[in-house]
Design a protein around this ligand. Structure first.
Ligand code: B12
Length: 251
């Protein structure tokens, strides 16, 4: 248990990294002001600009280190998406470490009452220096028809597109005026490859080639690929296979 009086941003980041690094997540601190300066008004979060926030990414290791153990511990209620539940479980463990300070966990899938996402995790990932967020406006001059909608995509320097941006933990009463912003590595500096990336993500996202736009150190295992390629409503069969494989080892 950690007392609020002992807390400063640096200690918090260390504690959360210790908790989450081992189970396949990455933690990147940022000031909420950096995020609020980028987004339009409806997405602005109502906190002081120096407020400490931590962006959480799931790496390719999360599936084996957090998800499979989570399933095997039977912690899944079978109602919500199992991966979302697993992430929520780990966010809850983080919150429990800080009983005397208010931590708001905002997940990538959460919507406001107006149906807008509560947090834009790609923007958060960029301002936190974790993964460069490539937008249409990063292609100069523009390449597509004005009527065409082009969604942006983040690229991680080590994992390319083989990761997910899971959410943000906001330490409401903790400020971090001393935190220095770092720019994420611009791993795709040339215009042609940026076009290729955005076209793969927008027009061919089902073939997952956008994930391999740069050489990567690690990618999803075959079972993990199969899991994410399966429609959410049909993933229970894989969840069952994970449970059975463990049961047969322990029997
Ligand atoms: C809604 C949604 C969708 C919708 C709409 C897509 C969209 N981008 O709007 C649909 C259903 C189409 C979709 C599809 C997919 N999605 Co989706 N989706 C989301 C979700 C939940 C919200 C995105 C959103 O509504 N953004 C709102 C718009 C307005 O935001 P924006 O375009 O970024 O604009 C902001 C920035 O430009 C910022 N800004 C302005 N100036 C500047 C300057 C700088 C420097 C910066 C950094 C920012 C910035 O301000 C703007 C807002 O005011 C996010 C998770 C999340 N909570 O963020 C996942 C997310 C974007 N999706 C993701 C993925 C992977 C997919 C799919 C491949 C399917 C899948 N899950 O496997 C497909 C691919 C897209 C396609 N070809 O269809 C990933 C992308 C990962 C990555 N590497 O970037 C995300 C981040 C989920 C995650 N947890 O990782 N998705």
């Amino acid at each position: 248990m950690t007392m609020a009086t002992d807390l400063n941003a640096k200690t918090i980041v260390e504690i959360v990294k210790n908790l989450l690094d081992n189970v396949g997540f990455e933690v990147h601190p940022f000031k909420l002001g950096w995020y609020n300066e980028c987004v339009d008004k409806p997405f602005v979060l109502p906190y002081d600009s120096d407020t400490l926030a931590l962006l959480v990414i799931s790496t390719p290791h999360m599936y084996d280190k957090a998800f499979r153990p989570f399933i095997c511990r039977q912690q899944c209620d079978g109602v919500r998406d199992p991966i979302d539940q697993c992430v929520a479980h780990h966010f809850k463990l983080v919150k429990e470490k800080f009983p005397d300070t208010e931590v708001e966990a905002v997940h990538d899938f959460e919507l406001n009452h107006n149906r807008r996402p509560k947090i834009l995790v790609q923007t958060a990932g960029h301002v936190a220096g974790a993964a460069f967020y490539y937008h249409r406006k990063d292609v100069v001059p523009d390449h597509w028809d004005v009527k065409q909608k082009i969604f942006g995509v983040s690229v991680h320097p080590k994992y390319g597109g083989w990761f997910a941006l899971r959410g943000v933990l906001i330490f409401k009463a903790i400020t971090c005026p001393e935190l220095v912003q770092t720019t994420p590595p611009d791993v795709i500096p040339d215009r042609d490859t940026r076009i290729e990336l955005l076209e793969r993500f927008n027009m061919h996202w089902q073939d997952w080639t956008y994930r391999d736009i740069i050489p990567v150190t690690e990618k999803y295992s075959e079972q993990q690929k199969e899991y994410f390629a399966t429609k959410p409503g049909e993933r229970q069969a894989i969840v069952q296979t994970i449970k059975e494989s463990v049961d047969s080892v322990t029997e």
